[in-house]
Design a protein around this ligand. Structure first.
Ligand SMILES: Cc1ncc(C[n+]2csc(CCOP(=O)(O)OP(=O)(O)O)c2C)c(N)n1
Ligand SMILES: [Mg+2]
Length: 538
C-alpha cells in the first residue's frame, strides 16, 4: 500500500483522520491533483465563490464542530485572497489548516508570473507556515495538525508545489497516525502565591470566562462554581453559551451592547477570576485596578492585564479544583446578579425608538422564532455588538462570532460552513448590509447545497459602526454610506427566497415558516432598522 501513497493522498488521509469532512476552497491548476485525490475518499471539496469566503466557511465549520477546519487555494492570487480568513482563524483561536498550491519546484526559485512567497505571506497570520514535501510529508502533516490544535489553537498554512502532489511518499514509518488534538485533560501548574488563599479572601469576586473554557468543556465546572461560590460570570462573545444565559449567575457578555454596565460590575469586584478568557476579545482597553487570578490553558504571556497568580492547565480541571476547596458563603446573592442583569438589559435597550424596527427587536424576535439548538453567526459591525448581548445563548458552539480579527465578510460564509457540518441544526446568520454586500454571492453556494439558512440583514444603509465614529469626532459622513441594493431580488436571483420588512410584525411573518422542517431554500430577510439604539449606546 505504501507505494501508492502520494503527497495528495497522504494529505487527504490525514484530514479525514482529523475528522475533516469538508475542504472549502477555490480551484486552480496547482491543486487539481489534490482535489482528484480527495474526490473518492474525501474530504469533500466545497467550492466557494471566492477564497476569503472559503476560509471563513472552514472557520465556521471548525467553530461549530470543535474539530480542525480546512481550506484550499491555488498559488498567487488564490493564496493572497485566502489570507483574510486564515488571519481570522488565527486571531479567533480556531484550528485551521490552509493549503495553497505553488508553481512547480523547478521554476519556484526564479519564476515571477503569479509568484508570491507564501511562506513569508502567511507567517505573520499563522502559528506555522511550512512546505509539504514528499520526504517529510508525514512529519509535517502531524506537526501542522498538532500545531493548529495545540493551545492556543490557530491557523497553519502549507505550500505545496504543483508537481509535489503526485509524488510518492516513502515508507510510512511513524506516519499515518494523527497526534492527540484535544487540550490536556487534567494538568495544572501554579505560578505565584497560593490561588486558593486569594479566592477565599475575596468578598466580591467575579468570573470572566472565554474560549479556553469552551475548548476544555468547562461548562459544568463553571456553572457549579458560579452557583456554589455565588460568583457572577461575565463571558467573552466567542464563548457565548459556556454558561447558559438563563443561569442565575450569568452576568452578561463583555464589550457588547450595554458594555458600561459590565465594566462597572468588573470594577466593583475585589478579584477577577479568569476562566480561559482571551484578551484578544477586549475591544475596550483594560483599565481596571482589580487583582486578577489568571486561569487558562496558557500562562499570562499577553500581560494585557497584570495577574500575580496563575493557574495554568485544563480550565475545567482548574475550576473543579477551586470548587472542591471552596468554603464559605456565596459571595453574591442571586438577587444581586438579577438586579445587575436588569440594569444590563436597560443598557442594551437604550435609545429604543417606539413604532420603529429596533436592532434589539430584530435579535429578540429572531431568537423567539428560532428553535432550541439553532446555530447563529454574526458578521461585524454595530449589529454584532447588539446581537452579542441581546441574543440568548444556552450552549457553547451555537453562537459563532469573530471577535479576534473581527473581519467583515465572516458571517454568511461561517453560517454556510456551520450548516454543512451540522446539517440537522437550524442556522441563522445576522449580518450588516455592508458585510452582506461583501459576501452576498456566496448565497448561491448555500442554494446549491440545499442549506435552508435564514439570513437576516440589518439594513441601515450605512457602515454604522464607522459612521458613528465619524459623527462622534464631528466629521461629515464620508464613504460610510452602503449603496442600497434590492436585497430580496438579489437573493431570488441567487436561488433563495427574499423578503423585506420594517416592522416587528412583518419580521414575525417572514419568520413564520423559516424554521419549517425540510426547507432547503435559503431565506434572506432584509430588516430595515432604525439605528437610534446604536447612536444612543455605541
Ligand atoms: C474586512 C473589514 N473591513 C473593515 C472593517 C472595519 N469595520 C468594522 S465595522 C464596519 C461597518 C460594518 O457595516 P455593516 O456591515 O453595514 O454593519 P453595521 O455596523 O451597519 O451593523 C467596518 C467598516 C472590518 N472590521 N473588516
Ligand atoms: Mg450597516
Amino acid at each position: 500500500m505504501d507505494s501508492e501513497r502520494t503527497v495528495a493522498t497522504v494529505l487527504a488521509d490525514y484530514l479525514r483522520q482529523a475528522g475533516v469532512a469538508h475542504v472549502f476552497g477555490y480551484p486552480g491548476e496547482s491543486v487539481v491533483d489534490f482535489m482528484e485525490a480527495a474526490r473518492d475518499a474525501g474530504p469533500a471539496m466545497v467550492a466557494a465563490v471566492r477564497e476569503a469566503s472559503a476560509a471563513f466557511m472552514a472557520e465556521g465549520a471548525a467553530m461549530r464542530t470543535g474539530r480542525i477546519g480546512a481550506c484550499l487555494s491555488t498559488l498567487g492570487p488564490g493564496s493572497t485572497a485566502l489570507l483574510n480568513g486564515v488571519a481570522g482563524a488565527n486571531l479567533d483561536r480556531v484550528p485551521l489548516l490552509a493549503v495553497s498550491g505553488q508553481v512547480e519546484s523547478s521554476r519556484e526559485q526564479y519564476w515571477t508570473h503569479q509568484l508570491v512567497d507564501q511562506g513569508r505571506l502567511f507567517a505573520p497570520v499563522t502559528k506555522l507556515a511550512a512546505r509539504l514535501e514528499p520526504g517529510s510529508a508525514d512529519t509535517v502533516l502531524r506537526k501542522a495538525l498538532r500545531t493548529a490544535t495545540a493551545e492556543r489553537p490557530g491557523a497553519v498554512h502549507l505550500t505545496v508545489t504543483t508537481d509535489t502532489f503526485g509524488m510518492r511518499v516513502g515508507g510510512s514509518g511513524n506516519g499515518g497516525t494523527v497526534p492527540p488534538l484535544a487540550p490536556a485533560a487534567a494538568t495544572l501548574d501554579f505560578y505565584g502565591e497560593e490561588p486558593l488563599r486569594q479566592l477565599r479572601a475575596a468578598r466580591r469576586p467575579v468570573l470572566l470566562a472565554g474560549g479556553g473554557a469552551v475548548r476544555c468543556g468547562a461548562e459544568a465546572a463553571l456553572a457549579d462554581l458560579a452557583s456554589r461560590a455565588g460568583l457572577p460570570v461575565v463571558v467573552g462573545a466567542m464563548a457565548k453559551g459556556v454558561l447558559s444565559e438563563d443561569h442565575p449567575y450569568f452576568a452578561g457578555v463583555l464589550d457588547m451592547a450595554g458594555h458600561q454596565v459590565i465594566w462597572e460590575l468588573l470594577a466593583s469586584a475585589d478579584l477577577i477570576v479568569t476562566a480561559g478568557f482571551d484578551p484578544v476579545e477586549l475591544i475596550t482597553p483594560w483599565r481596571l485596578d482589580v487583582p486578577v487570578l489568571h486561569v487558562d490553558t496558557t500562562p499570562n504571556t499577553d500581560q494585557v492585564y497584570p495577574a500575580a497568580v496563575e493557574v495554568v492547565g485544563n480550565v475545567a480541571a482548574a475550576l473543579a479544583w477551586l470548587l472542591a476547596s471552596w468554603q464559605g458563603e456565596p459571595r453574591w446573592s442571586e438577587a444581586e446578579v438579577a438586579a445587575h442583569r436588569a440594569a444590563l438589559r436597560d443598557g442594551w435597550q437604550a435609545g429604543y425608538a417606539a413604532g420603529r424596527l429596533n436592532p434589539s427587536e430584530v435579535v429578540t424576535t429572531v431568537r423567539s422564532a428560532a428553535p432550541s439548538g439553532t446555530v447563529v453567526t454574526t458578521d461585524v459591525g454595530s449589529h454584532k455588538i447588539m446581537a452579542g448581548q441581546a441574543w440568548t445563548a444556552y450552549t457553547p458552539r451555537e453562537t459563532l462570532i469573530t471577535n479576534g480579527l473581527s473581519a467583515m465578510g465572516f458571517g454568511l460564509p461561517a453560517a454556510i460552513g456551520a450548516a454543512i457540518s451540522s446539517p440537522d441544526d437550524p442556522v441563522v446568520c445576522l449580518t450588516g448590509d455592508g458585510g452582506f454586500a461583501m459576501t452576498a454571492t456566496e448565497l448561491s453556494v448555500a442554494a446549491r447545497l440545499g442549506l435552508g439558512l435564514v439570513v437576516v440583514v440589518f439594513s441601515d444603509g450605512s457602515l454604522n459602526r464607522i459612521e458613528l465614529h465619524q459623527s462622534s469626532l464631528g466629521y461629515p459622513l464620508t464613504a460610510t454610506a452602503v449603496d442600497r441594493i434590492d436585497i430580496p431580488s438579489l437573493a431570488e436571483s441567487l436561488g433563495c427566497d427574499g423578503v423585506r420588512t420594517d416592522s416587528v410584525s412583518g419580521l414575525e411573518k417572514a419568520l413564520a415558516s423559516a424554521f419549517a422542517d425540510g426547507r432547503v431554500r435559503p431565506l434572506v430577510i432584509e430588516a430595515r432598522i432604525d439605528t437610534a439604539q446604536y447612536a444612543a449606546q455605541f
